[in-house]
Design a protein around this ligand. Sequence first.
Ligand code: SAH
Length: 395
Amino acid sequence: MAEIIIKAGKERSLMRRHPWIFAGSVERVAGRTKPGDTVDVINPRGELIGRAAFSPASQIRARMWTFDTEQSIDHAFFKRKAAESVARRARHPALSAQDGVRLIHGESDGLPGVIADRYGKVVVLQLTSAGAEKWRDAIVAGLVQATGCDAVYERSDSDVRGREGLEPRVGVLHGELPADLSIDENGIRMLVDVVGGHKTGFYLDQRDNRLLTRQLASARSVLNCFCYTGGFSLQALAGGATSVLSIDSSAPALTTAQRNVELNPQLDATRAQWWEADVFEALRTLRTEGRKFDLIVLDPPKFAPSASHADRAARAYKDINLHGFRLLNPGGILMTYSCSGGIGQELFQSIVAGAAVDAGVDARIIHRLAAAPDHPIGLAVPEGEYLKGLACQVG
Ligand code: SAH
């Protein structure tokens, strides 16, 4: 087997079980390797410390599969890892009964570059590293066996594949997709477009936060910004919101959102309004019109994919949060999120604090919010923490 030898002084993060080996940490590669091949990882003292997947095109030159030097990386390894990941969700009381669950969350489940989401009887797989790409068949076999699913669909069309030198790849890998796929999320039926929707079709990470919105929405007027297919909006309606105005710039997402309302006849559709608009402009229009709300959700797309975008992203977060605070009635609640890896929890809180000051409101944090437990954060991989949120109540 080929070897990657780590430069002197560069093995510290590996000692802490961080799975990434950056190009600058590699002393040399010994032996012939193709993208995705498994390599032995050798520390600067010449000792074997584990096995990794080689990614010659990427700045992350290798990703650890294991720190167990006895472990061989083969078909059985991936089948077992997939099964263990599925079993962990099955044992969690908040996840075991869910229709829509993230089954594999990349590095945090010990499978760098592998995302798998289950929507009912369909599993959607996204592979984003050369190593994951190589073991596609084994991962699919493991998922099929562990879940008994009817179909596996591949959505490997994320931008990050380009950095690994991988082409986009989508299509059915196992079984057949049903014509209309929907899930039950805490009593609300939601359509999931695994072929054309965002990510793998749905934002599973916000499940628990949508449920909190439902609890807080009773007898409140709600504004849901960046609503996508209406996840927060429908939960707010279910929670007894007096009105829900939802904004998104995507017409197809809004069409699906309205179909979702029809799928849930227990909800009062007359309380829901859908507005196709740019949120940055819409918030200003609402202010000009003198509109106010009791609960506002801001769940924007990733403004800062990495730390290098943090400055511009910070201005965008500041803008929407400032305008959000201004549109709140006294006692109102702002539920505000950032899913940018490049904006940490502390920075996000300081941006929101600055927005409150500029809006001239006193606000307090009543909930700190994060992704649901099927999106765990490996303690060794803190950069896995991407989604953070605050529920802030104004005086
Ligand atoms: N809250 C949603 C997920 C939001 S994803 C849920 O729980 O499912 C972010 C959404 O923001 C996407 O639907 C995208 O279409 C929308 N979007 C991106 N930029 C926008 C903008 N400037 N104005 C309005 N919507 C925007």
